[in-house]
Design a binder for this molecule. Structure first.
Ligand SMILES: C[S@@+](CC[C@H](N)C(=O)[O-])C[C@H]1O[C@@H](n2cnc3c(N)ncnc32)[C@H](O)[C@@H]1O
Length: 285
């Protein structure tokens, strides 16, 4: 059996398969559209197009309470008419990397892939060392997907990767923010300090909180501002893609796209607007 290049549909191949909520399909559809446009659109402009998945998981997931299987970020980026020239996959869970590497070997045997089992925040320098060195005759463009369960991506990790030309798609987990704001404001909790790469955020937040400001909106604005210090434009704030739960319409997360090129936003806007429909782009509810 093989995968259809025009869909995210997958099947049970007997290897490890995690479950995901049905809403994750919207994320995968957008990734599918974006990867198609980016990898084909850039193939004649860059000698090396590199895909990095910092939280790569296993490549196939089962949709909870269904019999359906879908490709997830790491394999969506491979199942393309014009695959990337190199893949770098990282996951803290050995089961995920083992299943993913076997799938790549079986279904995409000529792939130039590197696998790292470990915490991407700790292993980022090793990830960076795997990237080809850009030169005049070797133009390198990297697309990096950052898809954690929570706000567990350190800004320092983004900073390390930013030495080269990298477009990022970052999942901003609002479930984590909403549930844990009371923990994160404590001075001995460093989750948001690490996420923003800034320890001074509490003063700004506590002032806004008095006016009933939305914590998620505050974090999104702060994050975009932090990315601006790395040279990314403010555009990310106007092109967030919201994902809600399919049943209760809970606001789960935003996908935020960061590129230093207009072409990058052109692809991203086509992917997010031409892909699955969402009810609202705002922070209400
Ligand atoms: C939300 S899932 C990833 C989803 C995947 N991108 C997809 O398309 O389904 C998060 C993954 O990150 C892994 N993970 C959690 N913390 C990590 C860390 N610090 N570094 C690398 N991987 C991590 C988990 O094992 C899990 O497979």
């Amino acid at each position: 059996m093989s995968f259809n290049k025009n869909s995210i549909e997958a099947f049970d191949d007997g290897l490890f398969i995690p479950e995901v909520g049905p809403w994750a399909e919207n994320k995968y559809e957008v990734l599918h559209h974006y990867n198609h446009m980016f990898s084909t659109g850039m193939k004649n402009r860059f000698q090396n197009r590199v895909y990095i998945d910092l939280f790569s998981s296993a490549g196939i997931a089962k949709i909870r309470d269904s019999n359906r299987f879908v490709l997830t970020s790491s394999l969506i980026a491979l199942n393309l008419p014009d695959p990337y020239d190199q893949y770098i996959y990282c996951d803290i869970d050995e089961k995920c990397i083992s299943a993913l590497s076997q799938r790549v070997k079986k279904h995409f045997p000529n792939t130039n892939a590197n696998y790292i089992v470990g915490d991407c925040n700790e292993r980022v320098k090793e990830i960076l060392s795997l990237l080809p060195k850009p030169s005049r005759s070797n133009k390198v463009l990297t697309f990096c997907v950052v898809d954690p369960y929570n706000l567990g991506i350190n800004f320092e990790t983004m900073k390390v990767l930013n030495v080269y030309r990298v477009d990022f798609l970052v999942l901003l987990s609002w479930m984590d923010a909403n549930r844990n704001e009371f923990r994160y404001v404590e001075y001995d909790n460093d989750r948001i300090d690490n996420f923003l790469g800034d320890k001074e955020w509490r003063d700004r937040w506590l002032k806004l909180k008095k006016d009933k400001y939305d914590f998620r909106k505050f974090l999104a604005e702060e994050y975009v501002q932090r990315m601006m210090t790395l040279g990314y434009p403010k555009t990310a704030m106007n092109s967030l893609f919201p994902i809600r739960s399919t049943d209760k319409k809970l606001f789960l997360y935003h996908l935020a796209f960061f590129s230093k090129s207009e072409k990058g936003y052109d692809f991203w806007n086509k992917a997010r607007l031409g892909g699955p429909k969402q009810t609202s782009l705002n922070f209400e509810d």
